[in-house]
Design a binder for this molecule. Structure first.
Ligand SMILES: CC(C)(COP(=O)(O)OP(=O)(O)OC[C@H]1O[C@@H](n2cnc3c(N)ncnc32)[C@H](O)[C@@H]1OP(=O)(O)O)[C@@H](O)C(=O)NCCC(=O)NCCS
Length: 203
């Protein structure tokens, strides 16, 4: 089942970053990284053609209150986002009935790739969701071509769970891997359904 989740003013601090709710004054920083070609496309959405597009998404981030702004501690600049999303196919993935989870998604400004920033942000959010909110599991996916995102998920301890196909906002269908991370503080053994897409190997 999808867990209830709202950021509700929570701030998470890491060595280099502050994760906090988005605010209206983030528009310039948001548009700066979201308008770069080839960034959103790796996550299945078109880069923003104008500020109005960024404003629409920013309004949604603020009203839905489930997407953290990733800010540099030194300058306060917003350099990415990390969403604690509802996972899809909830009725089909029967192994999660009676358990609480969410799906993580993220994007980082191209100027900051390759410095381990997203693993730092994702690890901090995992810690918060498992240790403070007691979620049972997290999902995180990547399209097969996205080796950068694959690496982030490996570095954060996610394990390959299912091989699926996904429709993107770009109008394409992509092969994707959905990864799973189980809360290590809990003794959970899932009764997995749908063996035809399952690639999970238990320890
Ligand atoms: C995926 C993403 C968040 C990674 O963030 P990051 O902070 O750069 O992550 P890392 O520094 O750990 O780098 C991850 C991998 O990217 C690759 N990489 C690093 N710098 C790179 C660069 N400048 N160009 C291309 N690839 C690069 C490396 O293979 C690295 O793996 P390694 O550490 O084993 O060498 C970032 O690339 C991004 O925002 N991509 C576009 C959006 C996206 O794909 N979102 C995820 C959708 S599932």
């Amino acid at each position: 089942m999808n867990a209830e989740f709202k950021i509700n003013g929570t701030q998470i601090e890491t060595e280099r970053l502050i994760l906090r709710p988005f605010q209206q004054s983030d528009l310039d920083d948001f548009y700066e990284y979201a308008s770069v070609k080839g960034v959103g496309e790796m996550a299945g959405w078109h880069h923003h053609e104008n500020r109005e597009k960024s404003q629409t998404i920013l309004d949604r981030f603020i009203s839905e209150d489930k997407t953290f702004a990733i800010c540099l501690k030194t300058s306060g600049k917003v350099i990415g986002s990390l969403g604690v999303e509802k996972y899809g196919r909830e009725e089909v993935l029967t192994e999660f009935y009676g358990y609480k989870g969410r799906e993580i998604g993220y994007v980082l400004s191209k100027d900051y790739w390759g410095k381990g920033i997203m693993p730092e942000a994702v690890n901090a959010v995992i810690k918060y969701l498992f240790n403070d909110l007691y979620l049972d599991f997290l999902l995180c996916g990547y399209y097969l071509f996205n080796v950068q995102s694959k690496r982030v998920q490996e570095k954060c301890g996610f394990k390959q769970y299912r091989k699926l196909k996904a429709e993107t906002k770009l109008g394409t269908t992509e092969d994707m891997i959905l990864n799973l991370l189980v809360n290590p503080n809990k003794n959970i053994k899932f009764n997995f359904s749908h063996p035809e897409t399952l690639i999970y190997q238990e320890d």
